[in-house]
Design a protein around this ligand. Structure first.
Ligand SMILES: [Zn+2]
Length: 348
């Protein structure tokens, strides 16, 4: 199987260039890859007008850079993101990404940049040439969704929560500025957010052939567009950022909603949980205990500050601050969470 790779440079700064993989649906021979290359590049550049194309070549799967995937259950694989804030060093590769194999392939979160999505695509292609039919986005945050366009080009349908399109629309412009500052313009080259092809408002099952996924759009918690994915055959629950470990949880939805989601253990109880960030094999009670403790403290201390008549800016200097042990990126994320919690709880 061959893949089209083009060197693309930022039109605004031609010194910033990277090789981008341009997948197409199905599998290509070397001859077919070469024959379609010029038209494919022109169509892709039309959608990425900030880039200028350079040389291109057709490469076999084995020559592509790829992410490491760990098999955590039969036919269930995870790429463990680095559980830390986005940096130039990690290039946005901080979220856990899932792959489920059946007669076709599903991806659960395609990663935090186009480059990461391409390397996930290459990792899957090293294992199987079956069609990648579904990409499920667990929520709107860029470290989870920015790789989606790669898989859409490969023919996958992108699926998300009913509220996902409006969430992406609301933040897209701000992310396009802030994320390259955090991860570097090179890491984000060619990256753009795309809306899902299809959204869901009620639980539904996806049959991949030999693998079944149950998708559940959740009430507002981490964000207003959280969606969990349960792999029935292995009882693996992909929670997205409804569960964090290691990286400080970020509150971008509803603190009370998140706490009530955590209160109710999933049914059936999963054999393993893949959180959005942190170790991929965890048991429900012990795995969610640190998150529950942090969010409970955030809620309790915010309520106390409101009752004491504190201003939000004062509350943000100390609410949650005694919870920092074991969390990366704590000071900055916690301060934002304290403000979000105050805004939510002051009206209750
Ligand atoms: Zn998130």
């Amino acid at each position: 199987m061959f893949h089209l790779v083009v060197t693309a440079c930022l039109a605004a700064d031609p010194s910033i260039c990277a090789e981008r993989l341009l997948p197409t649906p199905g599998t290509l021979t070397e001859a077919a890859c070469i024959a379609g290359a010029e038209a494919r590049i022109a169509a892709w550049i039309a959608l990425h007008p900030d880039l200028a194309p350079g040389d291109w070549r057709c490469r076999p799967t084995g020559d592509l850079p790829y992410l490491d995937l760990t098999e955590i259950a039969p036919k269930v694989l995870v790429h463990p993101g680095q559980s830390e804030p986005v940096s130039v060093e990690n290039g946005g590769d901080i979220a856990n990404l899932g792959v489920v194999l059946g007669d076709s392939v599903a991806v659960i979160d395609p990663g935090g940049s186009r480059a990461i999505g391409e390397r996930l695509y290459a990792a899957i292609r090293r294992i199987t040439d079956k069609p990648i039919t579904h990409v499920i986005l667990t929520h709107m945050h860029p470290d989870h969704i920015y790789g989606a366009e790669v898989f859409a080009e490969a023919g996958a349908k992108i699926i998300g929560h009913r509220n996902l399109p409006s969430g992406i629309e609301r933040r897209e412009a701000a992310w396009a500025e802030s994320i390259p500052l955090q991860a570097g313009a090179l890491a984000m080259l060619g990256t753009r957010a795309i809306p899902p092809h299809r959204t869901i408002a009620a639980p539904e099952k996806i049959d991949l052939g030999g693998a079944t996924l149950r998708l559940t759009p959740e009430a507002t918690a981490h964000t207003d567009n959280d969606l969990t994915v349960f792999h029935l055959e292995s009882a693996t629950l992909f929670t997205g950022d409804l569960v964090f470990a290691g990286l400080t949880p970020s509150l971008d939805g509803s603190l009370t909603g998140w706490l009530s989601w955590l209160e109710q253990a999933p049914s059936p109880l999963p054999h393993r949980i893949v959180p959005g960030h942190g170790p991929v094999e965890m048991e429900w009670n012990s795995g969610t205990a640190p998150l529950r403790a942090y969010l409970t403290a955030l809620a309790d201390q915010t309520q106390a500050a409101i009752q004491a008549g504190e201003a939000m800016s004062d509350a943000a200097t100390h609410v949650g601050a005694d919870q920092q042990d074991g969390w990366k990126g704590f000071a900055e994320i916690n301060a934002r969470n304290a403000i979000a919690a105050f805004k939510e709880l002051e009206w209750e």
